[in-house]
Design a protein around this ligand. Structure first.
Ligand SMILES: *Cc1c(COP(=O)(O)O)cnc(C)c1O
Length: 344
């Protein structure tokens, strides 16, 4: 791996971050806060929240098995994705490499930050080959983006190949594990101690049933986390989000029950799809959705919209011609989709 200084944009490496009122006194016990120009009335939302979300990170450490020092929390994973560009990629000079097809935000954030984006096509089984990704890199490649289980294809990527990418690359490898709670593969976040160039993304938006609160996580070495903390907005995770996340992270039994229900429904839905005349293929999945190739994705998508049922049309995505991505819903939602398709 290159040194972190070599990988970081020079302006970010030398940045003197904003120091908030709540940062400066830390280490002392305090009970009178006249430092932040807050309103003393209207408790509890009158006060700024903890800028580093310490209590929440301790709870995440318990649930995820990753120490708080390895944790960054943001306004959705999207914040971490954007921060990775802003911290490490010099506009118009550096580039990133990514699997294709995958989650669209990696490319959108590259475009916003004026960073060259180099997609590398997966094979017909939607699998990666480490050497193909590594061959797309040059001395200006700062990040390789991997997503496993991948979106929109649904499958786990080959763990050995992903490790080969991590071990063979000089820069940062981001593995987005937004869907790992639905997979039986061992999450790559547990490999963090051995791999200082690895960044793993997690989110509360999928298995943790909290898309509305906007909480994403990046797990990485404390040195990388320190760079994120320097660049992020001081109070990037609001108090209501921190409180609700705490509550959900303590409801692990309920979450496990949701995940089991979704996995059962997934099996049934995939079986039902295989019986549909419009269905040509159901791809294997390790997530809470699956990809299916149909006779005419655009026409079926439009028909479903007319019936008030929305799925994701991926027909214009590479390797996904005539494919729809189906999220697993409740039993009655799933039945409504199947009923509509049987009448198509
Ligand atoms: C849904 C999803 C996310 C979640 O993003 P948030 O901003 O945390 O809601 C992240 N990565 C992938 C691949 C996703 O599909």
């Amino acid at each position: 791996m290159k040194t972190l200084q070599e990988l970081t944009r020079p302006n970010i490496w030398s940045l003197a971050p904003y120091s908030s009122a709540r940062d400066e006194y830390s280490g002392h016990e305090a009970h009178v806060f006249l430092d932040a120009n807050e309103n003393p009335y209207g408790s509890p939302l009158n006060r700024y929240p903890d800028p580093l979300q310490r209590e929440l990170k301790e709870q995440i450490a318990l649930v995820k098995g990753i120490p708080a020092a390895y944790t960054f929390l943001g306004n959705g994973s999207d914040e971490a994705i954007d921060l990775l560009y802003r911290c490490f990629c010099e506009p118009r000079q550096d580039n990133v490499v990514a699997i294709e097809p995958t989650y669209g935000m990696y490319r959108v954030c590259a475009d916003i930050n004026d960073v060259e984006y180099r997609p590398v096509l997966l094979d017909e089984q939607f699998q990666i080959k480490a050497e193909r990704l590594l061959a797309a890199c040059d001395e200006h490649t700062k990040i390789i983006w991997i997503c496993s289980p991948n979106n929109p294809t649904g499958n786990d990527l080959d763990r050995q190949e992903v490790l080969r990418v991590i071990e063979g690359f000089e820069g940062l490898v981001v593995v987005d594990e937004a869907y790992s709670d639905f997979s039986r593969q061992r999450p790559l976040r547990f490999e963090l101690p051995q791999h200082p160039n690895l960044v793993v993304l997690n989110t509360m938006s999928k298995a943790w049933a909290s898309a509305a609160i906007r909480l994403g996580m990046a797990f990485a070495s404390p040195a990388i986390i320190a760079i994120f903390n320097k660049v992020k907005y001081p109070y990037n995770v609001n108090l209501l989000t921190q409180q609700q996340a705490m509550k959900m992270l303590k409801a692990t039994t309920e979450i496990e029950r949701y995940v089991q229900l979704i996995l059962q429904q997934r099996t049934q839905m995939m079986e039902a799809f295989r019986q549909l005349p419009i269905c040509q293929q159901v791809y294997p999945t390790d997530a809470n959705f699956f990809l299916t190739r149909v006779t005419d994705a655009q026409a079926i998508y439009d028909y479903l919209v007319g019936r008030g049922v929305i799925v994701r049309n991926r027909t214009r995505v590479q390797l996904c011609n005539n494919c729809l991505r189906i999220t697993i819903g409740t039993r009655s939602e799933n039945d409504e989709l199947l009923g509509a398709l049987r009448q198509y």
